[in-house]
Design a protein around this ligand. Structure first.
Ligand code: GLN
Length: 252
């Protein structure tokens, strides 16, 4: 058991564009964050931040920005720039975290350019740029993560994207690709970490089979609120699923 939980903290999860940026089961990340925060003895509430919504963003501890095809990215783009960008920048500056998957990940960077050459300037929260190629990267992914104290150190999921993402100096990779393509299919790196922001191509959804990453986000949110360390949950089922995917990957 970790140190006793210092009181009951109210954690707020902000879901960016739940109706449009939510493909390949990404909503499972929201359910995992909310449930695990409660299993750890805290209260958790969800704020849905669809197009036009700006309220309560300053209260959010963890933002989730899911995946979406080029069409959905275009549909939320103007709202992201006009109604969310400044509040997200302020929130991250005040210690909030963001988990962004695929389409959401791409739009947090400098730009996302589609395979047709249409360029969407990103909101520049992370030092990455993305240009889509003709061939889509689709398949299982296994990553050796570089996040400190992450146990197990692997992350599993699947990818489905045409974007090739390249990191600048201020962003470091989330980890090394052991199976799959990751950021761009050439540098063997996946995702990015910059301050409290984690970007990744891992759908799945990601967090149910990577409970250690979910707790990494929750622990950081609790620390920001001055709460104690997380207790240890029984993750045998989740880690069995994680391990099965690792074994399947090794049989490839
Ligand atoms: N449209 C983007 C791409 O194809 C993101 C796709 C996604 O979110 N899965 O790279």
């Amino acid at each position: 058991m970790g140190a006793a939980i210092l009181g009951n903290v109210k954690l707020t999860v902000g879901w960016l564009y739940p109706d449009l940026m939510n493909i390949y089961g990404d909503r499972g990340n929201i359910l995992t964050l909310l449930r695990r925060a409660e299993w750890h003895g805290h209260e958790a509430r969800l704020v849905e931040l669809g197009r036009g919504a700006t309220d309560a963003m300053a209260d959010v501890d963890i933002f989730f920005f899911g995946g979406g095809q080029d069409r959905e990215q275009a549909l939320i783009y103007d709202d992201l720039r006009q109604f969310k960008q400044e509040s997200l920048q302020r929130a991250v500056g005040n210690g909030a975290q963001i988990l962004a998957v695929c389409g959401g990940y791409q739009l947090l960077g400098h730009y996302y350019q589609t395979a047709d050459g249409e360029r969407f300037d990103g909101i520049g929260l992370i030092d990455v740029r993305t240009e889509a190629g003709k061939k889509r990267f689709i398949g299982d992914v296994v990553v050796q993560a570089d996040l400190e104290n992450l146990s197990p150190s692997t992350l599993v999921g699947f990818e489905n994207h045409s974007g090739r993402t390249f990191l600048g100096r201020d962003a470091k990779p989330l980890g090394k690709v052991l199976l799959g393509k990751g950021n761009n299919g050439s540098d063997r790196r996946e995702g990015c970490v910059q301050g409290g922001i984690i970007g990744t191509y891992l759908h799945g959804s990601l967090l149910p089979k990577n409970p250690h990453l979910a707790d990494h986000l929750i622990a950081a949110a609790l620390k920001r609120r001055g709460a104690g360390v997380l207790s240890q949950l029984d993750d045998s089922a989740e880690l069995a699923a994680h391990g099965w995917i690792l074994q399947r990957a090794q049989r490839r």
